[in-house]
Design a binder for this molecule. Structure first.
Ligand SMILES: [Zn+2]
Length: 390
């Protein structure tokens, strides 16, 4: 899944705390010719006039989805205001744009489902991979899109608003929670989250950003409200969450507190050019990871350092994929230690300077006296010092 993550992060769309190293899509440049834009199940009645309209709209959307991620005449305009990139989940970055080497990725419309609203339908789509060498067809994902008739036109939209229509809403000063019917809201977590956000506002010296927080029971439900009946990452972990454009948090942690993801929202708004490695580090420094705070993981990292004296941090440029005892994200923590060390030696303003540029990671680290020769030694030194906490 690394290819997904690499492209996802370019949209500041992160799935944190999910270990997905086993599944990989091939990463190659798309070729336009021979592209299958939409396959339609023979079980769908294609003589029906409305089905013809729905299929035509969906097909035209798939032909044009790569033209822009911020507008498409077949997609509901309001979605772009709410989500900025409303079809990122099914963009070519996730499910290919045509022919990739020996693989073809294509959408296949499985079913058109009526809803209780006479002007709304659910379009259920499988994303297929065809290996042209072996002729094996593999389902990569099954995704639901809402189609809505407005006057004579059909518009597509994201599933999430439909899926959460009946969810309980709780509004606080900084957050609108949408709470899964599978769980009860935790009031003490809601209060703790408000306290954390106040501290975060002081840390960044900034104004509040209002956040929409989908509180799901687990990652499976998280993917379901996003529209997935199946996704490669849906069953890979018991916890996890996402910060998305539009100041949206999807939590799969059965919890109303997710300071790590909220930190991502503030970082993405304040520092749009931020480096992804440092982004994960600062979010972990502020909000911990996977239900444990930074101090807890910092203690684990001491053991990691002792047990792996040959581990070289300078061999990594992105923060994904290395875990200690399946619970401490090592590279998030390396980056968090860099943040702590920067604040200790140079102050917070210097740290923010590092976030405000698109420069290469190692050029950035040079500004705080770190390079590939000394970083291993410097961070091993940092962790022995008394913690400087957020
Ligand atoms: Zn994160």
């Amino acid at each position: 899944m690394k290819s997904l993550l690499l492209t996802i992060i370019s949209f500041t769309f992160l799935f944190c705390n999910v270990n997905t190293n086993n599944k990989q899509l091939s990463v190659q440049n798309p070729v336009q010719e021979n592209e299958i834009t939409l396959e339609v199940s023979p079980y769908i009645n294609q003589k029906s006039e409305i089905n013809q309209k729905l299929i035509k709209t969906l097909s035209e959307f798939f032909k044009t989805r790569k033209d822009s991620h911020i507008e498409n005449k077949y997609w509901l305009p309001f979605d772009f205001e709410q989500f900025i990139y409303p079809y990122f989940d099914i963009s070519e970055y996730c499910y290919g744009g045509g022919k990739y080497g020996d693989f073809i990725f294509y959408p296949s419309l499985m079913e058109i489902i009526k809803t209780k609203s006479p002007d709304k339908w659910i379009l259920k789509i499988a994303f297929m991979e065809n290996d042209t060498k072996t002729q094996q067809h593999t389902v990569l994902g099954i995704y639901n899109i809402i189609a809505q008739q407005i006057d004579e036109n059909i518009y597509l939209s994201r599933f999430v608003n439909y899926a959460t229509e009946q969810w309980k809403i709780i509004k606080t000063e900084y957050i609108t929670y949408k709470i899964s019917p599978q769980k009860n809201p935790n009031q003490s977590e809601i209060l703790q989250q408000e306290t954390d956000i106040k501290e975060l506002l002081t840390f960044f010296d900034t104004e509040p950003i209002h956040i929409t927080y989908y509180s799901c029971k687990n990652p499976k439900e998280l993917f379901e409200i996003k529209g997935f009946d199946y996704h490669l990452m849906m069953y890979s972990n018991d916890t996890g969450g996402l910060a998305e454009n539009g100041n949206i948090i999807f939590s799969g942690n059965n919890s109303e507190i997710y300071t790590h993801e909220i930190a991502h929202i503030y970082i993405m708004n304040l520092f749009p050019n931020k480096n992804i490695f440092l982004d994960e580090g600062l979010a972990t420094y502020i909000g911990g990871s996977g239900g444990n705070n930074y101090l807890w993981h910092r203690e684990k990292m001491k053991s990691f350092f002792n047990e792996t004296p040959d581990f070289r941090f300078d061999q990594y440029n992105d923060p994904y994929g290395v875990y200690f005892k399946n619970e401490t994200p090592v590279l998030y923590m390396i980056s968090a230690l860099i943040c702590e060390r920067t604040i200790r030696l140079y102050g917070k303003e210097k740290l923010f300077e590092l976030f405000d540029t698109k420069a290469d990671l190692w050029d950035l680290l040079e500004k705080v006296g770190l390079n590939k020769d000394n970083i291993n030694e410097e961070l091993r030194k940092e962790i022995t010092l008394s913690p400087l906490l957020f």
